[in-house]
Design a protein around this ligand. Structure first.
Ligand code: PRP
Length: 204
């Protein structure tokens, strides 16, 4: 039995669709229900539905053998897991955004859900920041004077546009990745290889 951690939220639909196309049965049973664990009819795969930021935690500790998680979470938390495949799903960009001309002072106040990525981005160019860690609705921060800019993911750009903010700097492209627990990669190599092949076939 292979345990697979899947992200709730905006990636979920696309991930479930990709698994179904790849012939990984059962994952869609999780849709529209409140069940957190679902098995495929053949009893080979078991799916857990968890918060995106928790996928790598389940995989790191071996509660899940593999998981699907955004590259943003991997860059932020640097879990000790194998990154097997770029699923090219949920493509978006990590950026610095704010009102036009913002963040040009000596010291910039940066609001973000990604403190490590933000710190590194500014440290790489020797710029000083004050970090403000938030958990959501990041775009609000510069609108109400909590920060000068934000570091966040942008997908359609709709949230920035609707709030009068623009992209000031591009940091890195983001997409969903298949990750594996290090011990599972050894002891469940065959099962993991099968799912990797099935998912990569569908991605191309
Ligand atoms: C994410 C991100 C942006 C938005 C970008 O937030 O933090 O706010 O999506 O998407 P867009 O470019 O397509 O508008 P999410 O919806 O995950 O909610 P959050 O505010 O709780 O972080």
């Amino acid at each position: 039995m292979l345990n697979i951690a899947l992200p709730k939220g905006r990636l979920a639909d696309r991930v479930l669709e990709r698994l179904a196309l790849a012939g990984c049965g059962g994952a869609s049973l999780i849709e529209g229900s409140r069940r957190l664990v679902v098995e495929d009819p053949e009893g080979n795969l078991r799916y857990f539905l968890v918060k995106p930021s928790d996928v790598a935690v389940y995989v790191l500790h071996g509660a899940a053998d593999v998981g699907i998680v955004g590259r943003d979470i991997l860059l932020e938390t640097k879990p000790d897991v194998y990154e097997l495949l770029d699923l090219k799903l949920g493509a978006c960009r990590m950026v610095v955004a704010g009102p036009p001309g913002a963040g040009e002072g000596v010291r910039t106040r940066v609001a973000t859900k990604y403190p490590n990525i933000a710190r590194k981005h500014y440290a790489d160019s020797g710029r000083e920041i004050d970090l403000i860690a938030l958990n959501g609705s990041i775009e609000l921060a510069p609108l109400v004077g909590l920060s000068d800019v934000i570091v966040d993911v942008v997908e359609t750009g709709g949230t920035l546009r609707d709030n009068g903010l623009i992209i000031l700097e591009e940091i890195i492209p983001i997409s969903a990745r298949l990750i594996a627990n290090i011990a599972s990669a050894k002891f469940k190599a065959e099962g993991i290889d099968d799912i990797m092949k099935a998912l990569s076939r569908e991605g191309n």
